[in-house]
Structure formats: C-alpha cells, structure tokens
Design a protein. Structure first.
Lengths: 267, 267
C-alpha cells in the first residue's frame, strides 16, 4: 500500500522519542504518526503536535484513555482524572482521536466491567466534545479480556457506541484484534463513518505474552489486504496506522521501522 | 462441585499412562476420565476402555479428531484416514464422544478453512454414526485460530452443527475457549441437548504459548460457577471434564492432580 495512506504508531518503534518518530515517518513518506502518551509526555503535547505539524504529518491518534474497570472507587476516580488529562493532551497534540482501551474484567467480572465501560465512555464523551476530541472505542482480542478490554468484538463496541449516542464517539478497528471474527466484515460495514481509527499488525505465533507479541505486516496469517478492502467498502478514507506492539521488535526500533515500511509496501 | 460429576482429562496429568489416569480418577471419586489418543494408543483402545470400565468410570471423551484444513489434498486424505481411525478408537474405548479440533486457517485462509471444516464434519458424520460414535465440534479460543480451530465461537459451531444436521453431531463447550464471549450464555441455551462434552480450566496470564498455558480451576479469572449454571440451565447433565493443557503443570502431574481436585471442589 501507499505509505502516504499510512501512519507510523510510536509503539512500532518503541524507544524512539517524538522527534525521531516524526523524522522516521516523514523520511518514509508516511502521512502521519500515531502517538502514545508516554512519548508525548516527554516533550509536552503542544511541542509534540508542533513537531508533527512542522513535518507535514497528521497525528492520527493518541493512545490511550479508558481503563474504566477498577473495583475501587478511588481507582476509578483516578482513571477519570487521567481520562480528562488524556482528552486535554489529545486536543493539545492535535490528534484526530483518543483511542480508548476500555479496561479488563479481572477486578469486577465481565458483566460489571462492561457496565463500567459503558458508563465511563458516556461520562467522558461530553468532556471530550467540549475539547473537540473524538473518542475511539477499541475492541480488543479476547485474549486481552482479563487486563485490557472486556470489549472483545467490534459488534460489542458498536452496540456500546450506539448506546452512548454521541457524535464524537466511534470505534478503532485493528486487524490484529478483529481478524478471526466471522462477524468482522459485516461489523465494519455497519461501523461505516463511526470508524475513527484503523490499525494494522500481523498475527504471529507462538504468543509470548498476550499484550506485546505482534508481528510486522506480512509476517503472519492475517489477510491484511482483505481487511483494507473492508475498510474501503465502508467508506473509510483516513490514515491506517501500523501499530506493532512487540517486545522483540522493541529491542531494535530502527530495524522495526524498516520492516514496517517493507511490510506495508507489500500489502 | 461434586467430583462424581467431574471427569479427569488425561491432558491435565500429562505424563501419566492410562492405568495411572484411571487410578487417579477412581481414587478421587471422579465419575469418568477423558482420554487423549496418545495415551490410549500406548495400551490399545480396548484395553484402555476396559481399565476405565473396571474402575467404574465413564470415558467422557476421546480427544481428538478433526484437523480438516490442510491445503494439500494428500494431507487432507491423511486427515480423513486419521479421523476414521479416531472414530474406531472412540468406539473401542467406549467414549461418549470424539472431540473434533477442527483445524486452523494458516494454510488456506479463514473462509476456506471454515468451508473445509463444514465439509469434513459432514463427511465424517455418517462414518461415525455407523460406529455409534458422537462427534463433538469444539469451538476454540480465537487465539488458536491460526493452528487449531478456525471455529472460534459457539455461535459458529452451532451454525455448523445445524448445517450438518446429523443426530450424532453436537458441540464440546469449554469454559477456557468461550468465557469472554458476550454471546456465550445465549449460545449455551441454544445448544441445549447438542452439548456432548463440557470442559473446564481457568484463564491465567501471561499467555505463554497459545496452546498450553491454561490454569487450574480457581487460579484464573473465569466465572466457572456461572459457566456451570449456564450448563445446568441448558439441561446438560453429563460429566464435566477438567482439562488443563499446561506446559508448567505437565512437569508435575501428581501435583496437577491434587490442584485439579482442590480447584474443582472449590467451585
């Protein structure tokens, strides 16, 4: 695929600071960068946003808000404060959306986790609207349900977004999380204009830790061209991020960059 | 739970031979054993079945047939031969069902894998019926979709079973594979009398290899009592196997037995 259609997520080149992420993206003709908050925090959101803008790059997303599912009220209050801070940072950095990793079910169980997520997203939506920030609910692979997201399918995420019913709330669709689901093609059609973020990586095995074991595009089993075709058919014309959370690739970020570029070109 | 309602799957005590699996089950008042084919093959299916029967134990399942998804016709022909052998062994050992691990999508892609699985089950069903053997299609966790099962939800498995439409074909429901799915409670109700096998283990993290990283009942996050409640409500009154595929526990099968017994009693 054409790299001007792509965005380089900072997690793919973990260890690089904002300036180096931006330089890496610009020199390879990416259309944007996706940024994680730790990378942004090191220089401040406004400076990070300026660095991207000066290089002609969109900030396709800021990652992440969410984590609504703590059992203790004090922990949920801290999450609320952190979510408002994340919205403010998304505004300051000029991100096209704030990705919400909604939180796992470990502390409260599945049903309560899903209820807390619905409540949390609904509560955050007007605050984000006031800051001009869009919220992208990210359904995640079921193997992350304990500790990252009790929202395990795009079907659920869309039901949640429908229930919240706010113009600035949509979904993030990541091939790594959704590829296995027989419902995915129909769900992407259903999502249509509510797709605020699209992300790619590949499914490689064995899984070595469920959070950071992803593969470069082309190294795994996912039909990424088919996934992009579903996005096209749904009318999505935004940037597509390459987001490869991988403890192995994180040891060699420059090599990860080269592999990501090659992988994307091969789709 | 009452151990007379439970069955000890040989994979939980990997390394023990049939006689020791049977002795372990009998001495702990299990109602049955679930057997893998390698364990059965070491003594022969009739001898294994006699050992269980002499100890007053049901053979709740034989694992496994399936693996219908090879790309090469010669490999699929070998799988067909192996599936017929598995049916014959299930008959000889007196298993209440043959569990089908249907095969991953790595070689052919998701859509073709699902088509090959539907074709394979439909083809095997009459042969199994002739041998008096029930086939239990096992939906597996999406993290196993590449190499073990392109059938990733009970919804899909039930659609497949409906399409095959044979009296001797049903499903195996395993809490480890299904716990995260919002559709699971309704799917178990839908499954009703088509539930031929029920299995338990627990979800523990981090995942260290997607095939053999399971936890003992009670050590993880799954609401196993809730799962059993869904089975009860669906009218399932068969044995519930404890099947803990775990490289860690496999190193200490006697300790695994003790932990499984304690875990089941605690549900």
């Amino acid at each position: 695929m054409d790299l001007t259609r792509c965005s380089l997520n900072s997690a793919t080149v973990r260890g690089l600071d904002v300036d180096r992420v931006v330089a890496a993206a610009a020199s390879n003709d990416f259309g944007g960068v996706g940024l994680w908050r730790d990378v942004v925090a090191a220089v401040g959101a406004e400076a990070a946003g300026r660095a991207a803008a000066d290089a002609g790059l969109h900030v396709s997303s800021l990652c992440r808000g969410g984590m609504f599912t703590a059992a203790a009220e004090a922990d949920r209050a801290r999450a609320w404060d952190d979510n408002r801070a994340a919205v403010d940072e998304a505004h300051a950095v000029g991100a096209e959306c704030l990705v919400l990793v909604c939180g796992g079910m470990r502390e409260v169980g599945l049903d309560a986790a899903r209820a807390l997520i619905a409540e949390g997203v609904a509560r955050l939506a007007p605050y984000a609207a006031g800051a001009g920030v869009a919220l992208a609910v990210e359904p995640m692979h079921p193997m992350t349900a304990a500790d990252r997201s009790a929202v395990t399918s795009l079907s659920e995420a869309l039901d949640l977004v429908d229930a919240v019913g706010a113009d600035n709330v949509g979904v993030a669709v990541d091939a790594y999380h959704l590829w296995w689901d027989e419902r995915m093609p129909a769900d992407i059609r259903r999502a249509g204009p509510r797709i605020l973020s699209a992300q790619l990586s590949d499914w490689v095995t064995p899984i070595s830790g469920e959070l950071s074991s992803r593969g470069m595009p082309g190294d795994g089993v996912i039909d990424l061209a088919g996934f992009l075709g579903h996005l096209d058919a749904a009318g999505y014309d935004g940037l597509v991020e390459v987001e490869v959370l991988s403890d192995a690739w994180a040891r060699v970020p420059e090599q990860a960059l080269a592999a990501a570029v090659e992988g994307l070109r091969g789709i």
